[in-house]
Design a protein around this ligand. Structure first.
Ligand SMILES: NCc1[nH]cc(CCC(=O)O)c1CC(=O)O
Ligand SMILES: [Mg+2]
Length: 333
């Protein structure tokens, strides 16, 4: 082909490194691997039921949970994270069931650890699946979530998880000072190696709605929202302050949540603190992708892997995603 401008050529041709598969592989800056994945699983006291807004996701019985754990181990997924679906009759204003040492989550942890001691088990420390009002803490007569009494209950809930053998406890409540209380409780009980992954920068997002349906807190919450404790989606500096405080109080790893709409936050957190940083690719993000995929508008494998890569590029060490099993399979091919 003739030169359009004889004697002139681009000094740098970035396309050279893109021209062949082997050069693309050599030049690749980020990599997604099965080691990056944490698999969220819903476990129920009742019958196994699908989650309507999350095609392919179900609430599992204890037996189903063990099958999920077996699959995770088989696929090489390092850890799963458990979310409880509690019988509505056990929900109370003070979430007393959350701290039951023989409750659904402690039982689930023990069952997994008995079969698969090598599989990391992470738990969500939060009261919303247990409160009759669907908030993440105890409330006053105006419905305001009261910070300090909530922390006490959360620490008791976490104790039950740690005692049952949880490897990582993960507070998702956004109360001030909860990490210090939890770290103190863990040290006091001799659980010196229990990891705290704090949902440090958790935003007041609409993308949690399918999750709230899944754990059955949506109806209880009604028209109420969580803006008096979760971070305003308009804020960045505030998210960094949250992370700084949680690290100071004893968090080992931090999470940003939701994922894709908050890649800028992930990037700043990683740049600023250089600590193990995770994203929660949440239920609404899953629902959004599945809707497009199931309509034939997006290719599932390509869309999901590109999305998960965006977390790595932003600076994540790992990601909690409902696509964990699929991604692990695709990455093994
Ligand atoms: N505090 C509970 C909790 N833990 C994880 C999620 C959301 C996860 C998801 O949407 O996938 C929520 C919901 C909420 O804060 O309302
Ligand atoms: Mg905080």
């Amino acid at each position: 082909m003739p030169h359009t401008f004889p004697g002139h050529f681009p000094a740098t041709r970035l396309r050279r490194a893109r021209a062949n598969d082997f050069t693309r592989r050599l030049a690749r800056e980020n990599r997604l691997s099965v080691d990056d994945l944490i698999y969220p699983v819903f476990v129920t006291e009742g019958e196994a039921v699908d989650v309507a807004a999350m095609p392919g996701v179900r609430r599992h019985t204890l037996d189903g949970l063990i099958r999920e754990a077996a699959e995770a181990v088989e696929l090489g997924i390092p850890a799963l994270v458990l979310f409880p679906v509690i019988d509505p009759s056990k929900k109370t204003p003070d979430a007393a069931e959350a701290a039951n040492p023989d409750g659904l989550i402690p039982q689930s942890i023990r069952a997994i650890k008995a079969e698969f001691p090598q599989l990391g088990v992470m738990t969500d420390v939060a009261l919303d699946p247990y409160t009759s009002h669907g908030q993440d803490g105890v409330i006053d007569e105006d419905g305001y979530v009261i910070n300090d009494p909530t922390i006490g209950i959360l620490a008791e809930q976490m104790r039950a998880h740690a005692e049952a053998g949880a490897d990582i406890v993960s507070p998702s409540d956004m109360m001030d000072g909860r990490i210090a209380a939890m770290r103190q409780a863990l040290e006091g009980d001799g659980h010196v190696n229990t990891v705290i992954m704090s949902y440090a920068a958790k935003f007041a997002s609409c993308y949690y709605n399918p999750f709230r349906e899944a754990v059955g807190s949506a109806a209880n919450l009604g028209k109420a929202d969580k803006r008096t404790y979760q971070v305003d989606p308009a804020n960045t500096d505030e998210a960094l302050r949250e992370v700084a405080l949680d690290l100071k109080e004893g968090a080992d790893m931090v999470m940003v949540k939701p994922g894709m709409p908050y890649l800028d936050i992930i990037h700043r957190v990683k740049e600023t603190f250089g600590v193990p940083t995770f994203a929660y690719h949440v239920s609404g993000e899953y629902a959004m992708l599945k809707a497009a995929i199931n309509n034939g508008w997006l290719d599932e494998r390509a869309a999901v892997l590109e999305c998960l890569m965006s977390f790595k590029r932003a600076g994540c060490d790992g990601v909690l995603t409902y696509f964990a099993k699929d991604a692990a399979r695709w990455l093994a091919e």
